[in-house]
Design a protein around this ligand. Structure first.
Ligand code: S3P
Length: 170
């Protein structure tokens, strides 16, 4: 079982915080988007453009379920992966410490760049991000064992707070 699973929207800082948390816990860090890219030999954007979002979600489901089952490090999940019912159930069944990284649109925007390689946010990125969050906020909240706000905070500071929580529960 992973030591911690980080969830939250694009721009929440999941990958950076995961890296810092890995340092504190002295363990490896896995980013499921990177696993998907390695496995398919394509970037996330290429998968969206060439194969479509449905195909991407299929690969993502498989990769994320496998990591939840077999990974023993810190796991950063792609922002949309927990919308899959099996993924959500697997996190609940395995009592994995799920950390929800909260962020406001004003902070997420510059982090994501909103012009970068994020296929879901290419048109009206702000509006799309807010629309995603309408649907996802209750899901993120419902799965979280711990919620941490990342606004105006350095990844190391957020990671230290998470480590404190993990220490308290392990
Ligand atoms: C997605 C988030 C992305 C990536 C894909 C879809 C989403 O990962 O998996 O573009 O649906 O929110 P990040 O959360 O790391 O940006």
């Amino acid at each position: 079982m992973p030591r911690a699973v980080l969830i939250g929207p694009p721009g929440a800082g999941k990958s950076s915080v995961a890296r810092q948390l890995g340092r504190i816990l002295d363990c490896q860090v896995v980013d499921t988007d990177s696993v998907i890219e390695k496995k398919s030999g394509k970037t996330i954007s290429e998968i969206f453009v060439e194969d479509g979002e449905t195909k991407f979600r299929e690969i993502e489901r498989e990769v994320v379920l496998d990591e939840i089952k077999n990974n023993e490090s810190v796991l950063a999940l792609g922002g949309g992966s927990v919308l899959n019912a099996e993924v959500a159930q697997s996190l609940r069944d395995n009592s994995v410490p799920v950390i929800y990284l909260e962020v406001s649109i004003s902070q997420a925007a510059p982090r994501v760049g909103f012009n970068k390689d994020r296929p879901l946010l290419t048109m009206n990125p702000r509006q799309q991000w807010l629309a995603l969050m309408e649907v996802r906020r209750p899901i993120y909240e419902g799965l979280a064992s711990f919620k941490v706000n990342t606004d105006n905070r350095k990844p190391a500071e957020v990671a230290a707070e998470i480590a404190g929580f993990l220490g308290a529960v392990s």
